[in-house]
Design a protein. Structure first.
Length: 407
């Protein structure tokens, strides 16, 4: 039934305690595993023995504190497969080291046991305490090493998936032929390994209009990031198809409703289409913070946002008015996600920075001569510093700038 023995007792701080589950149906206990280990110099290892006479008993005794399982391949099992008991143990114990015990005449079967998943095999006729103790330790370490390799492989796959998501969320702008300068900066929230749902894009259509968009899917993680990629690609395709304003956002909402995993998922969005002469633009807000504009010789301020509509996915028949905005001759337009304004203004417990605090910060940085990528990087860095540590949300910011004063 359940036999327990403390064997190979060693004193000192280097001792490692291991638990071995022996699965064999010899009622006389011919294997004598406890006695073998008791006679061995365990070299710093103390092994606790549990014995199961059948697979049902093994399943009951196979708890998380078991480090290694020794399976007798002569154990009867269902069907004609002599490895059926071993396969059953491997399914029950995917995180445990497993040793196979066979007669020396069954060398081919023992080798097959390793091929199907055992860490090693032992021959009954050659078994002694030192060999068994060493095999247990090596099997446990080999299983740990295998687990580490699996985690490393999974980490590499996650990194590759993240890179693909990042390329989808943060694309290269298509601005060939435009005199506008483009810059963007993205900083993921450090509390998560994956990108969140922030996304943006900028394209120039054949008529010379420059279209810019930034958005944020609620929530964090790969599902939200994938939805953000889908929305960005849909926006680009619809923009090149000639849609803008309410018609574009209504179609985007249909895409969101079709692709989201639950009705609770929504996305905020800001779109701006800049006329070919660069002096005016149309803007739509779908639950998103309004862009900031800095005109030559004047302080930066927020564009009007009273006419915005709801976030995509909240109201089935929503409308999103398109507001006309005069830009002027030379200007800088800053679009951002709410991660830039939701951090704290003076460390934990202080009020949030908010849009007014952001405007003041950007004006100070503009006054110091910062532009383009340097401005965006400085803004995100200062927001993090004001917050008193890493931000809990992703931050995406993009800037479009025109420094020519054409008629």
């Amino acid at each position: 039934m359940d036999a327990t023995a403390m064997t190979g007792t060693v004193t000192g701080t280097d001792r490692t305690d291991l638990t071995l589950l022996v699965v064999e149906d010899d009622p006389a206990g011919v294997l004598g595993v406890p006695q073998l280990l008791d006679a061995a110099d365990a070299a710093g290892t103390r092994v606790r023995i549990r014995t199961a006479r059948n697979l049902t008993e093994a399943e009951r005794l196979l708890t998380d504190d078991v480090h290694c399982v020794l399976v007798d391949l002569s154990l009867p099992g269902p069907g004609d497969d002599p490895l059926a008991p071993l396969r059953h143990i491997l399914r029950l114990a995917p995180r445990h080291a497993v040793l196979a015990l066979a007669a020396s005449a069954d060398a081919e079967l023992a080798a097959e046991a390793v091929r199907v998943g055992a860490q090693d095999h032992l021959f009954r006729e050659e078994l002694d305490g030192r060999l068994l103790s060493r095999a247990i330790r090596y099997a446990v370490e080999r299983k740990r090493a295998d687990a580490v390799q699996v985690k490393l492989a999974e980490s590499r796959l996650r990194a590759q998936e993240n890179a693909r998501l990042e390329r989808g969320l943060l694309p290269t702008p298509l601005l060939e032929g435009s005199d506008l300068r483009f810059a963007a900066h993205y900083r993921p929230g450090r509390s998560r390994a994956l990108l969140g749902g922030d996304f943006y894009d900028t394209v120039r259509t054949p008529d010379g209009t420059v279209h810019a968009m930034i958005g944020d899917v609620c929530g964090h993680g790969p599902d939200e990031a994938a939805l953000g990629v889908e929305l960005r690609i849909a926006w680009r395709a619809l923009t090149f198809a000639g849609l803008c304003g309410d018609e574009l956002l209504s179609t985007m909402q249909q895409v969101l409703e079709h692709e989201r995993e639950s009705d609770e998922i929504f996305a905020t969005l800001c779109t701006v289409d800049i006329a070919p002469d660069g002096r005016r633009a149309g803007m739509c807000l779908a639950g998103h913070p309004s862009p900031l504009i800095a005109r030559q010789g004047r302080a930066a301020r927020l564009l009007p946002y009273e006419d915005g509509g709801p976030a995509l996915g909240l109201l089935p028949r929503a409308r999103w008015p398109r507001r006309q905005v005069e830009l002027g001759g030379a200007w800088s337009l800053l679009m951002y996600t709410d991660g830039l304004i939701e951090g704290r203004s003076a460390g934990p417990g202080s009020p949030r920075l908010g849009q007014d605090g952001m405007v003041g910060m950007i004006n100070r940085q503009l006054a110091s001569g910062l532009r383009g990528e340097e401005l965006l990087e400085a803004a995100v860095t200062e927001v993090r510093s004001l917050n008193g540590g890493e931000l809990t949300d992703d931050v995406a910011v993009l800037a479009l700038e025109r420094d020519r004063t054409r008629g």
